[in-house]
Design a protein around this ligand. Structure first.
Ligand SMILES: [Zn+2]
Length: 257
């Protein structure tokens, strides 16, 4: 069933691309989600399930209705403040260094419940906050792959600039690239790398256009990249993480040892 060198993709496509947009930004529901849908593409919007999200749930219902995935990006967006001066915007009580496994699992589970009330879906993926993969500190620092494995179809793992292939497939810790601040040409080259490997490339974006987030891709470059992906649709499968992970699971691809 499985090919040892490259994945088999639907309709003979040569690789898969998942675009993930983090932090539930206004630009995502106002323009990015409708733009992608108008080009026949679906993506994953990793929403932080508080603040802007809970204040405008109708907007996110519309995003889901366009065929996009609402990914879980936790309730309160905790990250590791290690060293303590990192992430100064983050409240000290949302420091993953001080989270217990139970607290993290509880937070992600409640966020899943909230998202299911918005989109009615019971399966989704996890977009890790600040790309962090561990909780606790010092000798108590542990990876949380097993927590996300129990709650999600798949999850982003380390920001390691690696294409996902059969020999690196870990559903609960998928390698990915940052798409922030890149040009359309750079992003296209990375997709070509994935195509040459028959793999799955996952991009993490934040803002689209200046002023939308401190991390962002230029709006025009983003637009060019999306138009290119749309033109490549016969060979390049652009779909949300939950769709691509679901395909691989149904096709029988087991996690790499
Ligand atoms: Zn985030």
């Amino acid at each position: 069933m499985t090919d040892h060198n490259c994945f088999r993709w639907p309709r003979g496509q040569q690789c898969a691309v998942s675009l993930t947009y983090d932090d539930a930004l206004t630009v995502h529901h106002e323009s990015v989600a409708p733009f992608l849908a108008s080009r026949g593409l679906s993506a994953t919007f990793n929403v932080v399930a508080h603040n802007g999200f809970t204040e405008n749930t109708e907007a996110w219902k519309r995003v889901a209705a366009l065929g996009h995935e609402l990914g879980n990006h936790s309730l309160f967006h905790p990250c590791r403040r290690d060293p303590p001066e990192s992430y100064p915007w983050l409240a000290p009580h949302y420091d993953l260094c001080h989270y217990t496994r139970q607290r993290w699992s509880d937070e992600l589970r409640v966020a899943n419940c909230l998202l299911e009330m918005i989109d009615g879906r019971s399966e989704r993926t996890f977009g890790n906050t600040c790309c962090h993969t561990t909780i606790g500190q010092g000798e108590h620092e542990t990876r949380f792959d097993d927590i996300v494995a129990a709650l999600f179809v798949a999850a982003r793992g380390p920001l390691n600039n690696a294409v996902v292939r059969p020999d690196t497939l870990r559903y609960s810790a998928l390698g990915h690239f940052s798409g922030d601040a890149r040009t359309a040409a750079e992003l296209q080259r990375l997709v070509e790398l994935a195509r040459s490997q028959g793999g799955w490339i996952i991009f993490m974006f934040h803002g689209v256009g200046a002023g939308t987030h401190n991390l962002f891709i230029d709006g025009e470059q983003h637009g060019r990249f999306i138009e290119w992906l749309s033109a490549q649709a016969g060979q390049v499968w652009t779909a949300s993480m939950v769709e691509v992970a679901g395909h691989l699971r149904r096709a029988g691809y087991a996690a790499a040892p």
